[in-house]
Design a protein around this ligand. Structure first.
Ligand SMILES: [Fe+2]
Length: 587
Protein backbone atom coordinates (compact mmCIF):
# COMPACT_ATOMS: atom_id res chain seq x y z
CA UNK A 1 0.00 0.00 0.00
CA UNK A 2 1.34 3.41 -1.00
CA UNK A 3 0.27 6.52 0.89
CA UNK A 4 1.43 9.94 -0.17
CA UNK A 5 1.45 12.54 2.61
CA UNK A 6 1.40 16.23 1.74
CA UNK A 7 1.77 19.65 3.27
CA UNK A 8 0.86 22.35 0.76
CA UNK A 9 -0.37 25.92 0.40
CA UNK A 10 1.37 26.39 3.71
CA UNK A 11 4.97 27.16 4.71
CA UNK A 12 7.45 24.29 4.38
CA UNK A 13 5.45 22.44 1.73
CA UNK A 14 6.56 18.82 1.62
CA UNK A 15 5.78 15.28 0.56
CA UNK A 16 6.35 11.89 2.17
CA UNK A 17 5.77 8.35 0.99
CA UNK A 18 4.60 5.54 3.25
CA UNK A 19 4.99 2.06 1.78
CA UNK A 20 3.24 -0.68 3.73
CA UNK A 21 3.50 1.43 6.87
CA UNK A 22 7.19 2.37 6.52
CA UNK A 23 8.24 5.95 5.88
CA UNK A 24 10.47 5.33 2.85
CA UNK A 25 11.04 8.88 1.60
CA UNK A 26 10.31 12.40 2.83
CA UNK A 27 11.46 15.81 1.70
CA UNK A 28 10.58 19.50 1.94
CA UNK A 29 10.10 21.27 -1.38
CA UNK A 30 12.62 23.99 -0.48
CA UNK A 31 15.44 21.47 -0.84
CA UNK A 32 14.49 20.83 -4.45
CA UNK A 33 13.30 24.20 -5.75
CA UNK A 34 15.71 26.16 -3.48
CA UNK A 35 13.02 28.60 -2.27
CA UNK A 36 13.39 28.71 1.51
CA UNK A 37 10.21 27.60 3.37
CA UNK A 38 8.42 27.30 -0.01
CA UNK A 39 4.67 27.35 0.56
CA UNK A 40 3.04 26.25 -2.70
CA UNK A 41 2.40 22.79 -4.16
CA UNK A 42 5.33 20.41 -3.53
CA UNK A 43 5.43 19.12 -7.11
CA UNK A 44 9.12 18.22 -7.14
CA UNK A 45 8.84 16.48 -3.77
CA UNK A 46 5.93 14.36 -4.95
CA UNK A 47 7.93 13.32 -8.01
CA UNK A 48 10.96 12.55 -5.84
CA UNK A 49 8.78 10.34 -3.59
CA UNK A 50 7.47 8.45 -6.60
CA UNK A 51 10.94 8.10 -8.15
CA UNK A 52 12.30 6.69 -4.88
CA UNK A 53 10.18 3.55 -5.27
CA UNK A 54 9.71 3.60 -9.05
CA UNK A 55 6.00 4.34 -8.70
CA UNK A 56 3.61 6.45 -10.69
CA UNK A 57 1.02 8.82 -9.26
CA UNK A 58 -1.57 6.34 -10.59
CA UNK A 59 -0.12 3.73 -8.20
CA UNK A 60 -0.87 5.79 -5.11
CA UNK A 61 -3.64 4.25 -2.98
CA UNK A 62 -4.17 7.12 -0.54
CA UNK A 63 -3.25 10.79 -0.35
CA UNK A 64 -3.30 12.38 3.09
CA UNK A 65 -3.07 16.15 3.53
CA UNK A 66 -2.12 17.73 6.88
CA UNK A 67 -5.01 20.14 6.81
CA UNK A 68 -8.75 19.86 7.30
CA UNK A 69 -10.64 22.98 6.32
CA UNK A 70 -13.74 21.78 8.15
CA UNK A 71 -11.95 21.14 11.44
CA UNK A 72 -12.94 23.59 14.17
CA UNK A 73 -15.21 25.34 11.68
CA UNK A 74 -17.68 26.55 14.30
CA UNK A 75 -14.85 28.22 16.22
CA UNK A 76 -13.50 29.80 13.04
CA UNK A 77 -16.90 31.16 12.04
CA UNK A 78 -17.62 32.45 15.51
CA UNK A 79 -14.31 34.32 15.49
CA UNK A 80 -14.82 35.61 11.93
CA UNK A 81 -18.26 36.99 12.71
CA UNK A 82 -16.94 39.08 15.58
CA UNK A 83 -15.91 41.89 13.22
CA UNK A 84 -15.87 42.70 9.45
CA UNK A 85 -12.07 42.62 9.07
CA UNK A 86 -11.94 39.13 10.58
CA UNK A 87 -14.76 37.97 8.32
CA UNK A 88 -12.99 39.26 5.21
CA UNK A 89 -9.80 37.58 6.39
CA UNK A 90 -11.64 34.28 6.92
CA UNK A 91 -13.05 34.42 3.37
CA UNK A 92 -9.66 35.29 1.89
CA UNK A 93 -7.90 32.40 3.64
CA UNK A 94 -10.49 29.92 2.36
CA UNK A 95 -10.25 31.35 -1.16
CA UNK A 96 -6.45 31.07 -1.21
CA UNK A 97 -6.72 27.36 -0.56
CA UNK A 98 -9.71 26.64 -2.75
CA UNK A 99 -7.62 24.64 -5.21
CA UNK A 100 -7.14 21.99 -2.52
CA UNK A 101 -10.83 21.16 -2.61
CA UNK A 102 -10.31 19.17 -5.81
CA UNK A 103 -7.10 17.31 -5.08
CA UNK A 104 -7.04 15.12 -8.19
CA UNK A 105 -7.36 18.13 -10.51
CA UNK A 106 -4.74 19.99 -8.51
CA UNK A 107 -2.24 17.11 -8.65
CA UNK A 108 -3.16 16.50 -12.31
CA UNK A 109 -2.14 20.06 -13.16
CA UNK A 110 0.97 19.93 -10.99
CA UNK A 111 2.18 16.58 -12.33
CA UNK A 112 0.91 17.15 -15.88
CA UNK A 113 -1.29 14.07 -15.70
CA UNK A 114 -4.92 13.26 -16.41
CA UNK A 115 -6.78 13.35 -13.07
CA UNK A 116 -8.83 10.37 -14.29
CA UNK A 117 -5.67 8.22 -14.10
CA UNK A 118 -5.53 8.73 -10.31
CA UNK A 119 -7.43 6.34 -8.09
CA UNK A 120 -6.32 7.39 -4.65
CA UNK A 121 -8.61 7.87 -1.72
CA UNK A 122 -8.24 11.26 -0.05
CA UNK A 123 -7.82 12.02 3.66
CA UNK A 124 -7.78 15.42 5.31
CA UNK A 125 -6.10 15.27 8.69
CA UNK A 126 -6.39 18.18 11.10
CA UNK A 127 -3.11 20.08 11.36
CA UNK A 128 -2.24 19.31 14.99
CA UNK A 129 -3.45 15.73 14.80
CA UNK A 130 -1.01 15.32 11.91
CA UNK A 131 1.77 16.90 14.00
CA UNK A 132 1.14 14.55 16.93
CA UNK A 133 0.86 11.56 14.58
CA UNK A 134 4.23 12.52 13.07
CA UNK A 135 5.76 12.08 16.52
CA UNK A 136 3.81 9.24 18.12
CA UNK A 137 3.60 6.94 15.09
CA UNK A 138 7.35 7.33 14.50
CA UNK A 139 8.33 7.01 18.15
CA UNK A 140 8.13 3.33 18.86
CA UNK A 141 6.21 4.23 22.07
CA UNK A 142 3.29 1.88 22.69
CA UNK A 143 1.60 4.68 24.61
CA UNK A 144 2.42 8.34 25.19
CA UNK A 145 1.12 11.79 25.94
CA UNK A 146 0.92 13.63 22.62
CA UNK A 147 1.62 17.34 22.39
CA UNK A 148 1.77 19.77 19.50
CA UNK A 149 2.27 23.54 19.50
CA UNK A 150 3.07 26.13 16.87
CA UNK A 151 1.85 29.45 15.45
CA UNK A 152 -1.40 28.10 14.13
CA UNK A 153 -2.95 25.39 12.01
CA UNK A 154 -6.65 24.76 11.35
CA UNK A 155 -7.40 27.55 13.87
CA UNK A 156 -5.57 25.78 16.67
CA UNK A 157 -2.17 26.57 18.20
CA UNK A 158 -1.72 23.67 20.63
CA UNK A 159 -3.18 20.24 21.22
CA UNK A 160 -3.07 17.62 23.99
CA UNK A 161 -3.70 14.02 23.00
CA UNK A 162 -3.76 10.54 24.50
CA UNK A 163 -1.88 8.16 22.22
CA UNK A 164 -2.24 4.38 22.60
CA UNK A 165 -1.45 1.79 19.93
CA UNK A 166 -3.20 3.02 16.79
CA UNK A 167 -5.47 5.44 18.63
CA UNK A 168 -4.77 9.13 18.88
CA UNK A 169 -7.39 10.91 20.94
CA UNK A 170 -7.29 14.73 21.05
CA UNK A 171 -8.07 15.88 24.60
CA UNK A 172 -7.70 19.62 24.45
CA UNK A 173 -7.14 22.37 21.87
CA UNK A 174 -5.95 25.95 22.26
CA UNK A 175 -7.83 28.07 19.73
CA UNK A 176 -6.64 31.24 18.06
CA UNK A 177 -5.93 34.02 18.70
CA UNK A 178 -4.13 32.44 21.66
CA UNK A 179 -0.86 31.00 20.45
CA UNK A 180 2.52 30.49 22.04
CA UNK A 181 4.04 30.46 18.56
CA UNK A 182 2.48 33.86 17.86
CA UNK A 183 3.87 35.16 21.15
CA UNK A 184 7.38 34.17 20.05
CA UNK A 185 6.92 35.37 16.47
CA UNK A 186 5.54 38.72 17.67
CA UNK A 187 8.53 39.39 19.91
CA UNK A 188 11.00 38.21 17.27
CA UNK A 189 9.36 40.65 14.84
CA UNK A 190 9.72 43.40 17.42
CA UNK A 191 13.40 42.48 17.74
CA UNK A 192 13.88 42.91 13.98
CA UNK A 193 13.58 39.25 12.93
CA UNK A 194 10.60 39.34 10.63
CA UNK A 195 11.15 36.53 8.20
CA UNK A 196 9.22 33.31 8.35
CA UNK A 197 11.27 30.85 10.38
CA UNK A 198 13.52 33.43 12.10
CA UNK A 199 12.48 32.36 15.59
CA UNK A 200 15.25 29.79 15.95
CA UNK A 201 17.87 32.49 15.44
CA UNK A 202 16.60 34.62 18.32
CA UNK A 203 16.63 31.66 20.72
CA UNK A 204 20.45 31.86 20.69
CA UNK A 205 20.34 35.56 21.60
CA UNK A 206 18.29 34.90 24.75
CA UNK A 207 21.32 33.48 26.56
CA UNK A 208 23.05 36.88 26.30
CA UNK A 209 20.31 38.73 28.22
CA UNK A 210 19.07 39.03 31.79
CA UNK A 211 15.71 39.27 33.51
CA UNK A 212 15.26 43.05 33.27
CA UNK A 213 12.07 42.66 31.23
CA UNK A 214 10.70 39.46 32.74
CA UNK A 215 7.72 41.09 34.47
CA UNK A 216 6.72 43.13 31.41
CA UNK A 217 6.92 40.10 29.12
CA UNK A 218 4.91 38.01 31.57
CA UNK A 219 2.02 40.42 30.97
CA UNK A 220 1.87 39.33 27.31
CA UNK A 221 0.99 35.69 27.93
CA UNK A 222 -0.38 34.01 31.07
CA UNK A 223 -1.43 30.54 32.18
CA UNK A 224 -5.21 30.11 32.06
CA UNK A 225 -6.68 26.89 33.42
CA UNK A 226 -4.88 23.98 31.82
CA UNK A 227 -3.65 26.14 28.92
CA UNK A 228 -2.84 29.87 28.47
CA UNK A 229 -4.09 33.12 27.02
CA UNK A 230 -2.48 36.02 25.19
CA UNK A 231 -3.03 39.60 26.24
CA UNK A 232 -4.25 40.82 22.87
CA UNK A 233 -3.38 44.45 23.71
CA UNK A 234 0.14 43.63 22.55
CA UNK A 235 -0.91 42.15 19.20
CA UNK A 236 -2.32 43.57 15.99
CA UNK A 237 -6.01 42.68 15.64
CA UNK A 238 -5.43 39.96 13.06
CA UNK A 239 -1.83 39.12 13.83
CA UNK A 240 -1.20 35.46 13.23
CA UNK A 241 -4.84 34.88 12.39
CA UNK A 242 -4.43 36.46 8.98
CA UNK A 243 -2.75 33.26 7.90
CA UNK A 244 0.44 32.98 5.93
CA UNK A 245 0.78 35.19 2.90
CA UNK A 246 2.17 32.95 0.20
CA UNK A 247 3.60 34.97 -2.71
CA UNK A 248 3.24 33.93 -6.35
CA UNK A 249 6.80 32.56 -6.13
CA UNK A 250 5.88 30.41 -3.13
CA UNK A 251 7.74 32.54 -0.58
CA UNK A 252 6.05 32.88 2.79
CA UNK A 253 5.57 36.27 4.40
CA UNK A 254 4.37 37.03 7.86
CA UNK A 255 2.43 40.09 8.93
CA UNK A 256 3.48 42.46 11.66
CA UNK A 257 2.19 40.91 14.88
CA UNK A 258 3.07 43.56 17.48
CA UNK A 259 0.77 46.45 18.36
CA UNK A 260 1.63 49.97 19.46
CA UNK A 261 1.25 48.78 23.05
CA UNK A 262 4.59 46.99 22.61
CA UNK A 263 6.21 50.32 21.69
CA UNK A 264 4.66 52.04 24.71
CA UNK A 265 6.08 49.43 27.06
CA UNK A 266 9.41 48.53 25.43
CA UNK A 267 10.27 51.55 23.22
CA UNK A 268 10.91 51.55 19.49
CA UNK A 269 11.24 48.16 17.79
CA UNK A 270 14.70 47.19 16.61
CA UNK A 271 15.24 47.80 12.91
CA UNK A 272 16.30 44.68 10.99
CA UNK A 273 20.08 44.39 10.59
CA UNK A 274 20.79 47.19 13.07
CA UNK A 275 22.99 46.68 16.10
CA UNK A 276 21.56 44.55 18.89
CA UNK A 277 21.22 46.54 22.10
CA UNK A 278 21.26 45.40 25.69
CA UNK A 279 17.49 45.97 25.72
CA UNK A 280 17.08 43.63 22.74
CA UNK A 281 19.08 40.90 24.48
CA UNK A 282 17.02 41.30 27.62
CA UNK A 283 13.73 41.11 25.74
CA UNK A 284 15.00 37.96 24.01
CA UNK A 285 15.88 36.52 27.42
CA UNK A 286 12.43 37.30 28.85
CA UNK A 287 10.72 35.93 25.74
CA UNK A 288 12.49 32.58 26.01
CA UNK A 289 11.96 32.48 29.78
CA UNK A 290 8.20 33.13 29.48
CA UNK A 291 7.91 30.70 26.59
CA UNK A 292 9.41 27.99 28.78
CA UNK A 293 7.20 28.87 31.77
CA UNK A 294 4.05 28.50 29.65
CA UNK A 295 5.39 25.39 27.91
CA UNK A 296 6.11 23.63 31.21
CA UNK A 297 2.70 24.67 32.51
CA UNK A 298 1.13 23.10 29.43
CA UNK A 299 2.94 19.80 29.50
CA UNK A 300 2.59 19.45 33.26
CA UNK A 301 -1.14 19.87 32.73
CA UNK A 302 -0.99 17.36 29.90
CA UNK A 303 0.74 14.90 32.22
CA UNK A 304 -2.14 15.21 34.69
CA UNK A 305 -4.51 14.13 31.91
CA UNK A 306 -2.17 11.48 30.47
CA UNK A 307 0.14 10.31 33.26
CA UNK A 308 2.69 8.59 31.04
CA UNK A 309 6.47 8.74 31.16
CA UNK A 310 6.55 9.23 27.40
CA UNK A 311 6.05 12.51 25.58
CA UNK A 312 5.58 12.48 21.78
CA UNK A 313 5.86 15.99 20.46
CA UNK A 314 5.89 18.04 17.27
CA UNK A 315 4.82 21.44 15.92
CA UNK A 316 7.13 24.32 15.03
CA UNK A 317 7.62 25.33 18.69
CA UNK A 318 8.94 21.82 19.43
CA UNK A 319 12.12 22.95 17.64
CA UNK A 320 12.82 25.06 20.74
CA UNK A 321 15.68 22.85 21.84
CA UNK A 322 16.46 24.97 24.91
CA UNK A 323 12.96 24.29 26.30
CA UNK A 324 13.22 20.63 25.25
CA UNK A 325 16.45 20.17 27.19
CA UNK A 326 14.69 21.14 30.43
CA UNK A 327 11.66 18.85 30.08
CA UNK A 328 13.26 16.17 32.27
CA UNK A 329 13.88 18.53 35.18
CA UNK A 330 10.69 20.60 34.92
CA UNK A 331 8.08 17.89 34.25
CA UNK A 332 7.43 14.24 35.15
CA UNK A 333 8.18 13.08 31.59
CA UNK A 334 11.19 10.77 31.48
CA UNK A 335 11.40 10.18 27.73
CA UNK A 336 10.70 12.36 24.70
CA UNK A 337 10.34 11.52 21.06
CA UNK A 338 10.31 14.69 18.99
CA UNK A 339 9.73 14.51 15.26
CA UNK A 340 12.93 15.71 13.50
CA UNK A 341 10.73 17.64 11.05
CA UNK A 342 8.74 19.15 13.92
CA UNK A 343 7.75 22.14 11.77
CA UNK A 344 5.08 22.00 9.13
CA UNK A 345 7.01 19.88 6.63
CA UNK A 346 6.47 17.10 9.15
CA UNK A 347 2.73 17.21 8.47
CA UNK A 348 3.32 15.13 5.34
CA UNK A 349 4.61 12.21 7.42
CA UNK A 350 2.04 12.70 10.17
CA UNK A 351 -0.97 12.89 7.87
CA UNK A 352 0.10 9.77 5.99
CA UNK A 353 0.76 7.75 9.17
CA UNK A 354 -2.51 8.92 10.70
CA UNK A 355 -4.36 7.68 7.61
CA UNK A 356 -2.53 4.35 7.76
CA UNK A 357 -2.98 3.62 11.46
CA UNK A 358 -5.93 5.60 12.75
CA UNK A 359 -8.16 5.60 9.65
CA UNK A 360 -7.20 2.36 7.90
CA UNK A 361 -6.51 0.60 11.22
CA UNK A 362 -3.24 -0.95 10.09
CA UNK A 363 -0.88 -2.20 12.80
CA UNK A 364 2.26 -0.29 13.77
CA UNK A 365 5.57 -1.62 12.54
CA UNK A 366 7.45 1.60 11.78
CA UNK A 367 9.90 3.37 14.03
CA UNK A 368 11.79 6.38 12.66
CA UNK A 369 15.25 5.48 13.89
CA UNK A 370 17.07 8.04 11.78
CA UNK A 371 16.20 11.09 9.71
CA UNK A 372 17.99 10.09 6.50
CA UNK A 373 14.88 9.97 4.35
CA UNK A 374 15.87 12.22 1.43
CA UNK A 375 17.61 11.58 -1.89
CA UNK A 376 21.06 10.09 -2.37
CA UNK A 377 23.31 10.23 -5.40
CA UNK A 378 25.44 7.65 -7.16
CA UNK A 379 29.22 7.78 -7.21
CA UNK A 380 29.07 8.31 -10.98
CA UNK A 381 26.83 11.35 -10.57
CA UNK A 382 29.13 12.79 -7.91
CA UNK A 383 32.25 12.25 -10.03
CA UNK A 384 30.58 13.87 -13.04
CA UNK A 385 29.64 16.88 -10.92
CA UNK A 386 33.20 17.24 -9.55
CA UNK A 387 34.76 16.88 -12.99
CA UNK A 388 32.27 19.25 -14.61
CA UNK A 389 33.80 22.20 -12.78
CA UNK A 390 37.38 21.05 -13.20
CA UNK A 391 38.15 20.30 -9.56
CA UNK A 392 41.09 18.07 -8.77
CA UNK A 393 40.09 15.17 -6.61
CA UNK A 394 41.33 11.96 -5.06
CA UNK A 395 39.23 8.87 -4.53
CA UNK A 396 39.49 6.85 -1.33
CA UNK A 397 38.01 3.67 0.05
CA UNK A 398 35.95 4.00 3.20
CA UNK A 399 38.63 3.71 5.89
CA UNK A 400 41.30 5.89 4.25
CA UNK A 401 38.60 8.49 3.52
CA UNK A 402 37.58 8.60 7.18
CA UNK A 403 41.20 8.81 8.33
CA UNK A 404 41.93 11.56 5.81
CA UNK A 405 38.91 13.64 6.77
CA UNK A 406 39.61 13.17 10.48
CA UNK A 407 43.19 14.40 9.85
CA UNK A 408 41.83 17.52 8.21
CA UNK A 409 39.32 18.30 10.98
CA UNK A 410 41.97 17.67 13.65
CA UNK A 411 44.28 20.07 11.80
CA UNK A 412 41.68 22.81 12.10
CA UNK A 413 40.34 22.62 8.55
CA UNK A 414 36.69 23.23 7.71
CA UNK A 415 35.26 20.24 5.90
CA UNK A 416 32.14 20.00 3.75
CA UNK A 417 30.77 16.49 4.36
CA UNK A 418 28.30 15.23 1.76
CA UNK A 419 27.34 11.57 2.16
CA UNK A 420 24.36 9.26 1.66
CA UNK A 421 20.74 10.29 1.95
CA UNK A 422 19.80 13.86 2.81
CA UNK A 423 18.30 14.56 6.23
CA UNK A 424 14.57 15.05 6.78
CA UNK A 425 13.84 18.14 8.89
CA UNK A 426 15.74 21.39 9.39
CA UNK A 427 18.87 19.98 11.04
CA UNK A 428 21.94 18.65 9.26
CA UNK A 429 22.76 15.39 11.02
CA UNK A 430 26.00 14.31 9.44
CA UNK A 431 25.04 13.70 5.81
CA UNK A 432 24.84 17.32 4.58
CA UNK A 433 27.07 18.92 7.20
CA UNK A 434 30.03 21.23 7.53
CA UNK A 435 32.38 19.78 10.13
CA UNK A 436 35.12 21.35 12.20
CA UNK A 437 37.17 20.95 15.39
CA UNK A 438 34.96 21.82 18.40
CA UNK A 439 37.87 22.78 20.65
CA UNK A 440 39.63 25.55 18.72
CA UNK A 441 39.02 29.00 20.22
CA UNK A 442 38.70 30.86 16.92
CA UNK A 443 36.64 28.24 15.07
CA UNK A 444 33.26 29.90 15.63
CA UNK A 445 34.49 33.21 14.22
CA UNK A 446 36.26 31.43 11.38
CA UNK A 447 33.08 29.63 10.33
CA UNK A 448 31.02 32.79 10.56
CA UNK A 449 33.48 34.95 8.67
CA UNK A 450 34.41 32.45 5.98
CA UNK A 451 31.31 30.38 5.35
CA UNK A 452 28.11 30.83 7.29
CA UNK A 453 27.86 34.65 7.50
CA UNK A 454 25.31 34.44 10.24
CA UNK A 455 24.58 36.24 13.49
CA UNK A 456 27.43 36.29 16.01
CA UNK A 457 25.17 35.08 18.82
CA UNK A 458 24.13 31.79 17.23
CA UNK A 459 26.00 28.77 18.59
CA UNK A 460 27.32 25.83 16.61
CA UNK A 461 26.30 22.31 17.49
CA UNK A 462 28.30 19.35 18.78
CA UNK A 463 27.79 15.85 17.31
CA UNK A 464 28.66 13.44 20.09
CA UNK A 465 29.19 9.69 20.13
CA UNK A 466 26.20 8.62 22.19
CA UNK A 467 28.18 6.49 24.64
CA UNK A 468 30.28 9.53 25.63
CA UNK A 469 27.34 11.90 26.08
CA UNK A 470 27.23 11.94 29.86
CA UNK A 471 31.00 12.55 30.16
CA UNK A 472 30.50 15.88 28.40
CA UNK A 473 26.87 16.87 29.07
CA UNK A 474 24.80 17.05 32.24
CA UNK A 475 22.00 14.91 30.85
CA UNK A 476 22.02 11.49 29.25
CA UNK A 477 18.69 11.41 27.40
CA UNK A 478 19.80 10.97 23.78
CA UNK A 479 19.14 13.63 21.16
CA UNK A 480 19.58 11.93 17.79
CA UNK A 481 17.85 14.77 15.91
CA UNK A 482 19.69 17.68 17.60
CA UNK A 483 16.59 18.79 19.48
CA UNK A 484 17.84 19.16 23.06
CA UNK A 485 20.15 21.70 24.66
CA UNK A 486 22.01 20.53 27.77
CA UNK A 487 24.61 22.07 30.04
CA UNK A 488 28.17 21.13 29.18
CA UNK A 489 30.07 19.79 32.18
CA UNK A 490 32.33 22.46 33.75
CA UNK A 491 35.57 20.55 33.16
CA UNK A 492 34.75 20.08 29.48
CA UNK A 493 33.74 23.63 28.52
CA UNK A 494 37.22 24.79 27.51
CA UNK A 495 37.74 21.61 25.48
CA UNK A 496 34.52 22.36 23.58
CA UNK A 497 34.95 26.12 23.35
CA UNK A 498 33.73 26.37 19.73
CA UNK A 499 30.39 24.73 20.58
CA UNK A 500 30.00 25.94 24.18
CA UNK A 501 27.34 28.67 24.19
CA UNK A 502 27.60 31.73 26.42
CA UNK A 503 25.40 29.99 29.02
CA UNK A 504 27.63 26.87 28.96
CA UNK A 505 25.19 24.78 26.97
CA UNK A 506 25.30 22.88 23.72
CA UNK A 507 22.56 21.78 21.32
CA UNK A 508 23.89 18.33 20.82
CA UNK A 509 23.28 15.55 18.34
CA UNK A 510 23.93 12.12 19.75
CA UNK A 511 25.31 9.74 17.15
CA UNK A 512 25.02 5.97 17.46
CA UNK A 513 26.59 3.54 15.07
CA UNK A 514 23.31 1.96 13.98
CA UNK A 515 21.85 5.36 13.06
CA UNK A 516 24.74 6.54 10.91
CA UNK A 517 27.75 4.18 10.77
CA UNK A 518 29.86 6.35 8.45
CA UNK A 519 29.44 9.52 10.53
CA UNK A 520 29.95 7.55 13.75
CA UNK A 521 33.19 6.08 12.45
CA UNK A 522 34.39 9.50 11.32
CA UNK A 523 33.88 10.92 14.81
CA UNK A 524 35.68 7.85 16.20
CA UNK A 525 38.61 8.57 13.87
CA UNK A 526 38.63 12.18 15.08
CA UNK A 527 38.56 10.95 18.69
CA UNK A 528 41.68 8.82 18.07
CA UNK A 529 43.54 11.98 17.11
CA UNK A 530 42.21 14.43 19.70
CA UNK A 531 40.64 12.40 22.54
CA UNK A 532 37.40 14.24 21.73
CA UNK A 533 34.41 12.03 20.77
CA UNK A 534 32.76 15.14 19.35
CA UNK A 535 32.89 17.20 16.17
CA UNK A 536 31.36 20.60 15.43
CA UNK A 537 28.47 20.13 13.00
CA UNK A 538 26.70 22.89 11.13
CA UNK A 539 24.44 22.64 8.13
CA UNK A 540 25.97 22.47 4.66
CA UNK A 541 24.72 25.76 3.21
CA UNK A 542 25.35 29.47 3.10
CA UNK A 543 22.13 31.41 3.75
CA UNK A 544 20.11 29.08 1.52
CA UNK A 545 18.26 25.80 2.00
CA UNK A 546 20.65 22.99 2.99
CA UNK A 547 22.36 21.56 -0.10
CA UNK A 548 20.65 18.55 -1.61
CA UNK A 549 22.58 17.59 -4.76
CA UNK A 550 26.30 17.13 -5.41
CA UNK A 551 26.21 20.18 -7.70
CA UNK A 552 24.82 22.38 -4.91
CA UNK A 553 27.43 21.09 -2.47
CA UNK A 554 30.24 21.78 -4.93
CA UNK A 555 28.88 25.24 -5.66
CA UNK A 556 28.72 26.07 -1.93
CA UNK A 557 32.25 24.68 -1.46
CA UNK A 558 33.62 26.83 -4.28
CA UNK A 559 31.99 30.12 -3.32
CA UNK A 560 32.83 29.93 0.39
CA UNK A 561 36.18 29.53 2.09
CA UNK A 562 35.67 25.91 3.04
CA UNK A 563 39.01 24.06 3.05
CA UNK A 564 38.00 20.54 2.11
CA UNK A 565 35.08 18.82 0.45
CA UNK A 566 34.45 15.14 1.18
CA UNK A 567 31.75 14.16 -1.26
CA UNK A 568 31.00 10.45 -1.53
CA UNK A 569 34.42 8.76 -1.81
CA UNK A 570 36.06 11.87 -3.24
CA UNK A 571 38.22 14.34 -1.41
CA UNK A 572 38.68 17.80 -2.92
CA UNK A 573 40.97 20.42 -1.42
CA UNK A 574 40.72 24.13 -2.11
CA UNK A 575 43.27 25.13 -4.75
CA UNK A 576 45.33 27.17 -2.29
CA UNK A 577 45.64 24.03 -0.15
CA UNK A 578 46.39 21.63 -2.96
CA UNK A 579 50.11 21.63 -2.26
CA UNK A 580 49.22 20.10 1.09
CA UNK A 581 47.47 17.07 -0.40
CA UNK A 582 48.78 14.04 1.39
CA UNK A 583 47.77 10.46 1.36
CA UNK A 584 45.78 9.88 4.54
CA UNK A 585 47.66 7.81 7.05
CA UNK A 586 45.80 5.15 8.96
CA UNK A 587 46.10 5.54 12.72
FE1 LIG B 1 2.17 23.50 12.43
Amino acid sequence: MLILGLNMFHGDASAALIQDGEVVFAIAEERLNRVKHYGGVPTLSIQACLDAVGADIADIDHVAVGRDKDANLAKKVQYALSNPAKLLNFIQIRKRREAMNDLKSLLGRAMDRDPASMRFQEHNVEHHIAHIASAFYCSGFEEAAGFSYDGSGDFVSAMFARCVGTELEPLERVFLPHSLGSFYTMLCGFLGYRKYGDEGKVMGLAAYGDNTYSEQVRDIVSPAGSTFKLNMDYFTPLGSNSGMQIGADGTVKIQRHYSDRMIEVFGEPRKPNSEISTRDRNIAFAMQQRFEEIFFHLINQLHKQVPSGNLAMAGGCALNSVANGRIFTETPFARTWIQPAAGDEGLAVGAALYAYHSVLKQPRTHEMKNAYLGPEFSEARIRTAVEAVGLEYSRFDREPLLEGVADQIAAGKVVGWFQGRMEWGPRALGNRSILAHPGLPDMKDTLNARIKHREWFRPFAPSTLVEHQSEYFEHDHPSPFMLHVYKIRPDKRAKLCAVNHVDDTGRLQTVSRDENPLYYDLIKAFQRRTDLPIVLNTSFNENEPIVCTPEEAIDCFRRTKMDVLAIGPYLVLKEENQSRVEEPVAV
